[in-house]
Design a protein around this ligand. Structure first.
Ligand SMILES: Cc1cc2nc3c(=O)[nH]c(=O)nc-3n(C[C@H](O)[C@H](O)[C@H](O)COP(=O)(O)OP(=O)(O)OC[C@H]3O[C@@H](n4cnc5c(N)ncnc54)[C@H](O)[C@@H]3O)c2cc1C
Length: 375
């Protein structure tokens, strides 16, 4: 660990786990029940009749910085540094934590059974055996077998609803696709580059304009030898706040994964690889042989990392973002009920919207058939 206010030190995993657990549990305990009262069912944050919406709103309006101010006097310097780096690692927000909403921390904690000890198992432990690309491939193959027609590398620029209730998608290269319904899966921070006709509601436009705040960095490194495979390191402040050994490569070298918060003002990884190496070395002395990363923040099809909402966003915009706009439905992990910013959230929203569309199409078909037979 290398944390502000104390010299670099080595701490056994178990002890580091206890330090961060104590700090996190204090941070999250806004209701005296470890979040169980204010967010008992993370998939029903607003619809739970047992919860007072005003109380949810109160905590939703808190930033992580506000909450940290309330508990910081109860923390040691080590606990404080670990907590701050951990919060930033999750939110990917600005380093002062003022644009990281507290609510997404409360929701995340609830998704981990309200137990900090379950975080690692639920968030990090398990991986898809054949990787995410393979999962995407299998979903795609199944859809193609069911008759999916598709067009890759096709930039959508405009979505418009016709007076007939049909929807048209216009692409940058001049193609036009027409359908009875449309499910838009563009992520929150990309919606502002799409034109909607008629325009989106004022409230949704406001949400889109604000967007989410996770502009994290995630960098994979190959380091010499196998010595760091069971190492975890935290460094705060630093361009990379946290890293861990993620296995030995066939070459015998170690694969590390590192995360940083929103450092866009001083750190664009692809422009300054030497800063990446320095950030890794700040975490621990090491011999970096190779770096692999993608900058999601300036990729025009994501325009940020995984979604994390600013203070007040959930109570104000969640329902609106999930709602339809005429024949246009919106399905993104970025406004999922539960696993927002996860593949599970994308599946949730995909399923819910597909179900609504199918039900509506079937009903319209039944109505049309009934009209024809009565003629
Ligand atoms: C670095 C990183 C690590 C992550 N790690 C995990 C993890 O370990 N586990 C996990 O569950 N989740 C993880 N996530 C989050 C997960 O990837 C997302 O939540 C999930 O992919 C969202 O799915 P989606 O279908 O809602 O959106 P996306 O997967 O973002 O799909 C949206 C699609 O819309 C396309 N698009 C956008 N604009 C346009 C346009 N104008 N025209 C045409 N197409 C457009 C994009 O190209 C993209 O293909 C991670 C995300 C990041 C960035």
């Amino acid at each position: 660990m290398r944390l502000v206010g104390i010299p670099r030190c080595k701490v056994p995993h178990e002890e580091a786990g206890k330090l961060i657990a104590r700090a996190w549990n204090l941070f999250i305990d806004v209701d005296g029940a470890g979040g169980r009262q204010i967010c008992p069912l993370p998939h029903a944050q607003l619809e739970n009749i047992r919860i007072d919406r005003e109380e949810v709103k109160k905590w939703d309006n808190y930033s992580c910085w506000d909450r940290y101010q309330e508990i910081k006097d109860q923390l040691t310097i080590q606990e404080s540094g670990l907590l701050l780096s951990h919060l930033l690692l999750i939110s990917g927000g600005e380093v002062n934590l003022k644009n990281s909403g507290l609510w997404d921390m409360i929701r995340s904690h609830a998704l981990c059974n309200h137990e900090f000890s379950d975080f690692e198992d639920i968030w990090f432990m398990y991986k898809l055996k054949e990787g995410q690309s393979n999962m995407a491939r299998r979903i795609f193959d199944e859809a193609a077998e069911c008759g999916l027609e598709y067009s890759f590398n096709t930039h959508v620029s405009t979505i418009q609803q016709l007076p007939s209730d049909f929807v048209q998608v216009l692409t940058r290269d001049g193609q036009c696709f027409t359908g009875r319904k449309l499910i838009c899966t563009a992520p929150l921070n990309t919606l502002k580059s799409l034109k909607f006709n008629p325009p989106l509601s004022a409230l949704r436009q406001e949400a889109v304009e604000i967007g989410h705040i996770n502009y994290m960095t995630k960098i994979h490194a190959v380091v010499e030898g196998s010595g760091m495979v069971s190492w975890n390191g935290a460094c705060y402040p630093n361009a990379l706040l946290y890293a861990y050994g993620d296995g030995i490569l066939p070459s015998g070298d170690t694969h590390l994964v590192a995360f940083g918060a929103d450092e866009r003002r001083h750190f664009v990884p692809e422009h300054s690889p030497e800063k990446i190496i320095q950030a890794f070395e700040n975490l621990h002395p090491m011999d970096v042989k190779k770096l692999v990363f993608h900058n999601w923040n300036n990729d025009s099809y994501s325009q940020a990392g995984p979604c994390f909402w600013p203070p007040g966003f959930m109570t104000k915009y969640q329902n609106e973002l999930q709602s339809r706009h005429g024949s246009i439905f919106f399905a993104s992990a970025d406004w999922a009920h539960g696993w927002r910013a996860f593949i599970d959230g994308a599946l949730e929203q995909g399923f819910l919207n597909a179900r609504d569309v199918l039900e509506e199409l079937r009903q319209e078909d039944r109505d049309n058939a009934a009209t024809k037979s009565s003629l």
